[in-house]
Design a protein around this ligand. Structure first.
Ligand SMILES: NC(=O)c1ccc[n+]([C@@H]2O[C@H](COP(=O)([O-])OP(=O)(O)OC[C@H]3O[C@@H](n4cnc5c(N)ncnc54)[C@H](OP(=O)(O)O)[C@@H]3O)[C@@H](O)[C@H]2O)c1
Length: 259
């Protein structure tokens, strides 16, 4: 070991994603659209995935950089493989895959939740992420990045959202397991866990006065997340500065988990 810490000639720029070839699932609206904008504005090439082609085209048309559009369902293993293959065919490689597509059905107690609803949540939020990660890892070179959009509810569940919390807790296990499995291939796997952000998915909560108040009361910084609060976490994990970070959860929740 050296006597003094080694000072590198240059430090990696946290958040520099210029030239990265990035797939973002659930990019037709909400946080995925936001993430796509942030990466594109930062010089990345962004492939957009969701089930609604109209939404994807609107997003693609508004991004400053190169885009690809893939319309399909993340629950479909073949679709995920096709996205990975087509991205490599078009762009010569794939550097980052952000498993962001997710659903959160209306608040309901455990006795009311239909098995079908439970399966839907697990299928999209957890199995969809696994299938995407698997497809991506198959074609990624050393240095590839898998990033899952988790949720603070994965570690701090909220009454009435058990299926959703279970799916997001499962994502943490999936990320940690894959981080071990894919370390020999030089692929890192991490979770960004947002708290409460203004988005279509969170509308049902924001419009319910009692719930909205309770969310604010539980958030140390006493406000909802803004668009500009979130994307840096994804860019950081996709950048060279995060090369030694794998199997972690980066929580962006204004202190929701603390209160
Ligand atoms: N908003 C928040 O406050 C918040 C907080 C914590 C975590 N999150 C997480 O952030 C992610 C995005 O949430 P959001 O708030 O942006 O939700 P959103 O506004 O409802 O957007 C979800 C996106 O995912 C796509 N999608 C849903 N099911 C899909 C499927 N089976 N296959 C492919 N695409 C699918 C949707 O498009 P189509 O329906 O057209 O396919 C849409 O583009 C989710 O994983 C969510 O759990 C959100």
């Amino acid at each position: 070991m050296p006597e003094r810490i080694e000072i590198p000639e240059a430090f990696p720029d946290a958040g520099d994603v210029r030239g990265r070839r990035v797939v973002v699932t659930g990019a037709g609206r909400g946080l995925g659209e936001l993430i796509a904008h942030a990466f594109s504005a930062a010089g990345a090439q962004v492939a957009l995935v969701s089930r609604t082609e109209r939404d994807l085209k609107v997003v693609a048309d508004s991004l400053p950089g190169p885009t690809l559009v893939f319309c399909g369902d993340v629950r479909d293993a073949d679709f995920n493989e096709a996205v990975a293959d087509a991205t490599v065919a078009e762009w010569g490689g794939l550097d980052v895959w952000i498993c962001n597509a997710g659903i959160s059905p209306v608040v309901t107690g455990p006795l009311d939740i239909e098995p079908e609803t439970w399966r839907d949540v697990i299928d999209v939020n957890l199995t969809g992420a696994f299938l995407g990660a698997r497809a991506a890892a198959r074609v990624m070179a050393h240095g590839g990045r898998l990033i899952f959009t988790g949720s603070v509810l994965g570690e701090r569940p909220r009454k009435g959202l058990t299926a959703y919390s279970a799916s997001k807790a499962g994502l943490i296990g999936l990320a940690k397991g894959l981080a071990l499995d894919l370390a020999p291939a030089g692929i890192t796997v991490n979770v960004v866990a947002p708290g409460w952000f203004e988005s279509p998915l969170a509308d049902g909560f924001a419009n319910n006065e009692r719930l909205a108040e309770s969310i604010l009361a539980h958030t140390a910084l006493r406000r909802w997340g803004r668009s500009s609060d979130l994307t840096g976490a994804f860019q950081f994990l996709a950048s060279d500065a995060a090369a030694f970070i794998t199997g972690t959860v980066l929580t962006v929740d204004g202190g929701y988990a603390l209160v």
